[in-house]
Design a protein around this ligand. Structure first.
Ligand code: PNS
Length: 166
């Protein structure tokens, strides 16, 4: 049985992430979406870990072999704990490659795990959670970039933030 881990911050999950998870689910018997719960970055996040995982569970529900879990600490420890042989990472453009290669090599030096790079669909090559949040903050239309249930939560959270800051 081949099990892969799809790691990320997913703040929030975008259509680009869903594309990579869907393709990983066809390549592997089981896929665990691993949501990073890194304390040092948590203050800059729009959504808490539980909410990010909840959104992922909703959007990954159609994929029967995909589960969602949080992780803290090293990704390689999570891979060992979940008996995963591979990490799946989406590559949007060549600019992603240098950093992703460095992480892949570091991870495989820490434990026996390979990273499989999946080129993202061209329609998502510009997509990043950070840009989605920025565009939505200033009223831009991101309805084609995130799943509908994520859009609803995103707009609600940004409205709450705006009210808090007012
Ligand atoms: O969506 P992101 O922010 O690009 O996800 C980054 C993530 C969570 C995959 C990465 O930061 C990570 O693997 N963090 C766990 C800590 C770790 O293992 N660091 C060593 C990486 S070589």
């Amino acid at each position: 049985m081949r099990r892969a881990v799809c790691p990320g911050s997913f703040d929030p999950v975008t259509n680009g992430h869903v594309d990579i998870v869907a393709r990983a689910s066809r390549l592997f018997d089981e896929v665990v979406v691993a949501v990073g719960v890194n304390a040092s970055k948590s203050r800059s996040r729009l959504f808490g870990a539980e909410e990010r995982m909840e959104m992922l569970r909703e959007v990954c529900a159609p994929y029967g072999n995909v589960t969602v879990a949080g992780f803290e600490g090293l990704l390689t420890d999570f891979c060992v704990e979940h008996d995963a042989q591979a990490i799946v990472k989406g590559l949007r453009a060549v600019t992603d490659f240098d950093y992703e290669l460095q992480m892949a090599q570091m991870n495989s030096s820490l434990t026996e795990v390979d990273t499989v790079f999946v080129p993202c669909s061209p329609e998502y090559s510009f997509l990043a959670s950070s840009l989605v949040k920025e565009v939505a903050t200033f009223g831009g239309d991101v309805s084609g970039l995130v799943p509908p249930q994520v859009l609803e939560r995103l707009l609600r959270r940004l409205a709450e933030r705006a009210a808090e800051d007012a």
